[in-house]
Design a protein around this ligand. Structure first.
Ligand code: GLC
Ligand code: CA
Length: 569
């Protein structure tokens, strides 16, 4: 029989680093590449073998680096090209691969191409971007379409010198590139090639699903006052996107032994994902979907209410992606990234902080796909408490404030409560290394706030505590990468059990004779343990301090958030 050759990224555990908040090396208050280098020993200790570093190229930092002004250089905030080269070499020495964001959808408005493009319609760079003519409606100049930006307001911004609007589906400082233009394709092929030649091991492809745009026709709205309509079907997962990915694959990705993960967003179906990732299509290796990100009452809970997992919804989402892709392509699994609230707060429970945080690690990281842990998740970092507008940094919150509070009269109290649950700033507070000033992140004045619990929840405290979240993550990582269960966890078939159960999330992983069973109580209810197949005998992991080893010793009832991993050795 022909032996199946596995790819390195199938057996990788990724760790996402939000560079700005991770570690400052020169006390200017901003995390940087040398800071990451100084923490490589920690990452090695944790056991991961792949890092994804958020954007570090030159940028005016309107969106913390997702607005690139020079794709070939490193931002002076973060260091130099030499620093990233050193980082790659040192990481490789420790067996850690390095991936970066590849931002294809837009540039900064301060990028040379755009500075040129906006000067005149016949400028050679004009066609690098997407332009539309103003419409006159009721005597007023209006945007070419009613499409909304993800960051509030219109998806268009007026450009006086040409009397046109340019498209910007994110901030007005992030004009969208025109991928129909072969010159744009060539430029981005050059960019990706440059970084591969420099030694990068892969790309997280930012906003991958948005590269193709529909013809410039209004979205149909229910209410006429909904001028900027929040419906991104006009620029999400259109068929043309796959042509662009295929070109990138042929011209760059396939020439290197790299990993590519596309961010495909909330509107991508399993079918879309298959198109992006089926090996025969030669596009990407895997995608990040958003379906599991809001399976709770996070958007609409009352002040007094706890945040709760919507168990049925979460199970449905996991099942859909696990079974929809398995056997056909590869998957990526993650709880959160820099755009989502902290999982310990979002799906965890304050009253059962340790138990629920560890349970969430069990629930996710024994599933099928390459895991991506978000920095600070492994120590159980929580979302912070926001009390004033000054606590926020994210451009999308500033836009929302202007639009909702200043222009449309939402009260400030209501606004701050509402955005606190959902803001991307939740995940961007400083990394909590120790209990010293600024949590060991910097001796200078940091660019961002730190969570008030940093003196308790930090790496230094947790590293020597066998009951900490950090020690637990280390165990999970070790089981995935180094134990005799490695193959079944990596390649085993996923199958959800007790699908209708209102509190439990259970699944099996099966690879020939190897079997593993995960049982998680996703709620604070006491739940009767379901009947377990006799073949399961041993317990390899649990989140309560009970040291149980044998399945016969399991309690009849599961406590709040109690979770187990069972095997049939
Ligand atoms: C992606 C990034 C997000 C960024 C946006 C625009 O969604 O994750 O942080 O703002 O793309 O680049
Ligand atoms: Ca710095």
């Amino acid at each position: 029989m022909k032996e199946i050759k596995h790819k390195w990224w199938q057996e990788a555990i990724g760790y996402q680093i939000y560079i700005r908040s991770f570690q400052d090396s020169n006390n200017d208050g901003i995390g940087d590449l040398k800071g990451i280098i100084s923490r490589l020993d920690y990452l090695k200790y944790l056991g991961i073998n792949l890092i994804w570093i958020c954007p570090f190229c030159s940028s005016p930092m309107d969106d913390n680096g997702y607005d690139v002004s020079d794709f070939y250089d490193v931002s002076s905030d973060y260091g130099s090209l030499n620093d990233i080269k050193t980082l790659i070499i040192k990481a490789h020495d420790k067996g850690i691969k390095v991936m970066m964001d590849l931002i294809l959808n837009h540039t900064s408005d301060e990028h040379y191409w755009f500075k040129e493009a906006r000067k005149a319609k016949d400028n050679p760079y004009h066609d690098y971007y997407i332009w539309g003519n103003p419409r006159i409606i009721n005597g007023e100049k209006k945007e070419p379409t009613n499409w909304a930006s993800f960051f509030g307001g219109s998806a268009w911004e007026y450009n006086e010198t040409t009397d046109e609007y340019y498209m910007k589906i994110f901030s007005k400082k992030m004009p969208d590139l025109n991928w129909k233009n072969p010159m744009v394709q060539k430029e981005m092929i050059k960019v990706a090639t440059f970084w591969c030649d420099l030694g990068i091991d892969g790309f997280r492809i930012d906003a991958a699903s948005h590269l193709g745009k529909d013809t410039l026709v209004d979205v149909v709205v229910d209410k006429p006052e909904d001028w900027y309509h929040h419906n991104c079907i006009k620029f999400s997962n259109l068929p043309i996107v796959h042509e662009y990915m295929h070109i990138l694959n042929k011209e760059v990705f396939s020439k290197y032994d790299i990993i590519t993960v596309g961010e495909v967003g909330g509107y991508a179906s399993v079918d879309d994902a298959l198109k992006f990732t089926m090996p025969s299509r030669e596009e990407l290796e895997m995608v990040f979907n958003f379906d599991h990100n809001w399976c709770n009452n996070g958007w609409d809970r009352a002040e007094s209410e706890k945040q709760r997992i919507n168990v049925a919804h979460l199970k449905e989402m996991f099942n859909k992606w696990q079974t929809g892709l398995q056997g056909k392509t590869w998957n990526a699994i993650y709880w959160l990234n820099h755009d989502q609230p902290r999982v310990a707060t979002h799906y965890g429970d304050k009253d059962y902080y340790l138990e629920s945080t560890k349970m969430l690690a069990i629930a996710l990281y024994f599933m099928w796909g390459t895991p991506f842990i978000y920095n600070g998740e492994e120590i159980g970092m929580t979302s912070p408490k926001f009390t004033s507008l000054n606590d926020f940094r994210d451009v999308s919150i500033k836009n929302a404030y202007l639009y909702d509070v200043v222009e449309h009269g939402e009260t400030f109290e209501h606004f701050i409560k509402r955005v606190s649950y959902s803001t991307r700033d939740n995940a961007r507070t400083l990394m909590q290394w120790d209990d010293s000033i600024n949590g060991g992140f910097s001796q200078g004045k940091p660019w961002n706030i730190i969570c008030s619990n940093y003196q308790k929840i930090n790496v230094k405290n947790e590293i020597n505590d066998p009951t900490s979240v950090l020690s637990f993550y280390k165990k999970v990582i070790d089981l995935r990468l180094n134990s005799k269960y490695k193959d079944v966890i990596t390649y085993g078939k996923y199958q959800q059990l007790y699908y209708e159960h209102p509190s439990l999330y259970c699944y099996e992983r099966i690879l020939k004779k190897q079997k593993l069973l995960v049982i998680c109580n996703l709620t604070d209810n006491i739940v009767e343990l379901p009947l377990i197949k006799e073949e399961y005998q041993n317990i390899i992991l649990s989140n309560y301090p009970n040291n149980l080893r044998k399945v016969q010793e399991l309690p009849l009832n599961l406590k709040p958030f109690e979770a187990y991993v069972l095997v049939c050795d």
